[in-house]
Design a protein around this ligand. Structure first.
Ligand SMILES: Cc1cc2nc3c(=O)[nH]c(=O)nc-3n(C[C@H](O)[C@H](O)[C@H](O)COP(=O)(O)OP(=O)(O)OC[C@H]3O[C@@H](n4cnc5c(N)ncnc54)[C@H](O)[C@@H]3O)c2cc1C
Length: 300
């Protein structure tokens, strides 16, 4: 049977990785505390290799050479890792050790007879391409939610970390981060919002809808009104909320593809020819400075 290694550095949310590994024998290699290894063992994988209690003061990346050596020795058909920072490093190091290509934006994988077939989004998500790898492949995708299922054996394999890297300091960032990919409702501000002070209108609507606030790229990158993890699009966050409300957003392809997974799309725009209306379930032609307060009041 084909085999998959799932690389995990300290976070047991690997539901999507377990789904991609279905039909293969899956082994999770866990860098992190024993509690994480135990949670991963109850996530639907077939086996867990735990590298032992991590040395305090060393980041997960210090274990990348040890993980790569394990993977190179096992030579699984497929290696999966999440897009979380430590996991990406483990994946890159494993790919180098295997001499295997690494892929992102993968939506489906099949492994058969030593070959891996991958379907993934290309051209900013407007097309899907299927690729075949004859040999091992490394895939990095969103880890997905934590899942509960099964109880796999945990084998401890003591691993020596490299000590050339240490954590010098950890401190909280200035702003709380947000995982928009998990938000059920999102209200997104675009350049139709004329001033930073006016974002209160967008936040008020988001509050009334119990939604996260987000933005188009210019508001995060050019204007700096939002943190980078708040912009949606091909180079930003890919979101799939039940409800996506775009306010003063023109709906250029680079933005719209980031929200193609949304359920109901509401577009509020003063231009009746705004391109985003073509993708909307509900189109509100109007000035956001009038529409937003009225909508917020009605919802409140
Ligand atoms: C390589 C590349 C990658 C990119 N990646 C991304 C990405 O990931 N995400 C992203 O968002 N963009 C991305 N962009 C930029 C993208 O092409 C657009 O420029 C951007 O999305 C436009 O943002 P916007 O819709 O907020 O602004 P605009 O295009 O300027 O649209 C503003 C809209 O507001 C409307 N409006 C104006 N006043 C009002 C009002 N009073 N009431 C209601 N509506 C009003 C206008 O009619 C207009 O439709 C990328 C571009 C490139 C080249």
């Amino acid at each position: 049977m084909s085999s998959t290694y799932i690389l995990v550095s300290g976070d047991q949310r690997i539901g999507d990785l377990v789904s991609l590994a279905e039909g293969t024998t899956s082994t999770a290699v866990v860098v992190g505390p024993r509690a994480v290894a135990d949670d991963v063992a109850a996530s639907g994988v077939d086996a867990v290799v735990w590298l032992g209690e991590p040395t305090p003061g060393l980041p997960a990346e210090a274990y990348a050479p040890a993980v790569a050596a394990l993977v190179a020795q096992a030579r699984p058909d497929l290696v999966l890792a999440s897009t979380r920072p430590g996991d990406r490093v483990l994946a890159g190091t494993a790919a180098a050790a295997l001499g295997a290509p690494a892929f992102t934006l993968v939506t489906a994988v099949t492994v058969a007879e030593g070959a891996v077939e991958l379907t993934r989004a290309v051209f900013g998500g407007i097309a899907q391409r299927t690729e075949r790898v004859t040999g091992p492949a490394v895939v990095v995708v969103d880890g997905g939610p934590a899942v509960v299922g099964g109880s796999a054996p945990v084998t401890e394999v003591a691993a020596e970390p490299t000590t050339t890297v240490t954590v010098v300091e950890s401190r909280a960032g200035d702003r709380a981060g947000v995982d928009l990919s998990r938000a059920a409702r999102i209200v997104t501000a675009g350049r139709g919002v004329r001033a930073q002070d006016d974002l209160g209108l967008v936040d008020a609507l988001a509050g009334a809808l119990d939604a996260e606030s987000a933005c188009s790229r210019p508001l995060a990158e050019g204007l700096g009104w939002y943190a980078h993890d708040r912009y949606v699009g091909v180079t930003g966050q890919h979101v799939a909320p039940d409800l996506y409300v775009a306010v003063g957003v023109s709906g250029q392809l680079q933005h719209a593809v980031g929200a193609r997974g949304a359920g109901t799309v509401v577009v509020i725009n003063s231009d009746k020819d705004c391109p985003y209306f073509a993708e909307a379930d509900y189109c509100v032609v109007g000035d956001l400075y009038g529409v937003l307060p009225a909508l917020t009041e009605a919802l409140s």
